[in-house]
Design a binder for this molecule. Structure first.
Ligand code: 8YV
Length: 328
């Protein structure tokens, strides 16, 4: 019997790809960006498995193209919002993902953005590079104090909790909003669960750590941004569509928000004419919260492990649609 045919949609860590050598017939997309849609459409009917990234649009239409031998979709990411999980489950295709290994790196990055926005690090750097070194003065690039400030964490899963541990070290008071609050965690983390409006009203800084879902899409809109404490800072390392870009722009222009730091945007890449790009108090990074060397290797290795398990018809180590598939 021929070895399984797989397609890897981006060149991932060589150490991880090595584990596939001799076990599968593998093709790796060598482009600098994701493969075009037509490329995926042409390949899917002939594959046994696919190793995908968030940038691959695996909607129901695309999943319907998978051939009769297709038996695993393994995504190198914790999020699977690019994949129609219901369509995959209906075809009994397990969807692998890579939770856990990127938690600490993403929490580090949320803190990096929080610190940079609060203390105007990027603004200072931009000024110096533009040849502007203003003589020291008591009011030059004065930012916001983290110590003694209140951080509102929206979403208290793995990453939200890791942010809470870090923020405690900075002497911050912590408020948390979660759609399913587990009150046992209040004592463990020294946090207080509150409603979203209460969190927005009291927080000097708000960091978003919810999944993208119908409930969280557009969660930060004109109404909720208008409930934020005047002069607050918003950090988004979760998913772009959770924050409405026009509403954010208006909140920054009106001075309701002092600053925003975004690692994700709707859409990605951010349009070149977005007014946010011209605002000195906005930091934008290109979806790199998990981009740390060991983390990327761990993610690639888990994605490969999930892929091999799925090809062998075994349960995946981390399966995003395990509940829908039920017992094997
Ligand atoms: C990844 C992410 O960098 O894992 C996720 O859900 O958003 C990021 O950590 C990226 O999406 C890789 O596909």
């Amino acid at each position: 019997m021929d070895s399984p045919r797989i397609f890897v949609t981006r060149r991932i860590a060589a150490q991880a790809l090595k584990q596939l050598e001799g076990r599968v017939q593998m093709e790796v997309w060598e482009g600098s960006g994701p493969p075009p849609r037509a490329e995926l459409e042409a390949r899917l009917p002939h594959l046994d498995g696919l190793l995908s990234l968030l940038t691959d649009p695996l909607n129901a239409e695309m999943i319907a193209l998978a051939g009769p031998n297709f038996r695993v979709l393994s995504q190198m990411a914790v999020g699977t919002d690019n994949i129609d999980l219901a369509a995959a489950s209906a075809r009994r295709i397990p969807v692998g993902h890579t939770p856990g290994v990127l938690t600490e790196a993403c929490a580090d990055f949320a803190m990096a953005l929080l610190l940079a926005a609060a203390r105007r690090v990027v603004e200072g750097d931009r000024e110096v590079r533009a040849g502007i070194w203003r003589p020291w003065g008591p009011d030059i690039l004065v930012g916001k104090d983290l110590y003694g400030g209140t951080l509102g964490i929206v979403g208290f899963g793995r990453i939200g909790q890791a942010v809470a541990r870090r923020a405690q070290g900075f002497g911050m008071r912590l408020l948390v909003h979660d759609l399913n609050p587990d009150t046992h965690l209040e004592k463990c983390f020294g946090i207080q669960f509150v409603s979203l409006p209460e969190l927005l009203r009291q927080s000097d800084f708000v960091s978003i750590h919810v999944y993208l879902s119908p409930q969280t899409r557009g969660m930060f809109n004109a109404e909720t941004l208008g409930q934020m404490k005047p002069g607050a800072v918003l950090v988004n390392t979760a998913r772009g569509p959770i924050v409405e870009p026009q509403a954010l722009q208006a909140a920054l222009e009106s001075g309701r928000l002092a600053a925003a730091a975004l690692d994700v945007f709707d859409p990605e890449p951010i349009p070149a004419d977005s007014p946010l790009l011209a605002m000195p108090n906005v930091i934008i990074t290109p979806h790199i919260a998990s981009a740390a060397g060991q983390v990327r290797l761990n993610m690639a290795q888990i994605a490969v492990e999930n892929l091999l398990l799925g090809l062998a018809g075994q349960p995946l180590r981390f399966c995003a649609n395990a509940a829908a598939l039920g017992p094997a």
